[in-house]
Design a protein around this ligand. Structure first.
Ligand SMILES: [Zn+2]
Length: 66
């Protein structure tokens, strides 16, 4: 399965059997890091886009668990 890089429109092939939500893939074309936000359907988001703070394992850690 493939997604299109939001930065450069390069198709990025992602094996959905080998990735999980929250993992990141890197675009070979522009080097942008993209987080897998959903595997079904496959959806990615640029990790450095301001305002995208919904599911960032680097920052949320355990402090917002309920
Ligand atoms: Zn790219």
């Amino acid at each position: 399965m493939a997604v299109v890089c939001p930065e450069c429109d390069n198709p990025i092939v992602v094996d959905v059997d080998e990735v999980e939500e929250g993992e990141t893939v890197t675009c070979d074309e522009c080097g942008m890091d993209l987080e897998i936000v959903s595997v079904d359907p496959l959806e990615v988001a640029a990790v450095d886009v301001a305002g995208y703070d919904d599911e960032d394992p680097m920052h949320t850690a355990d402090e917002e668990e309920e």
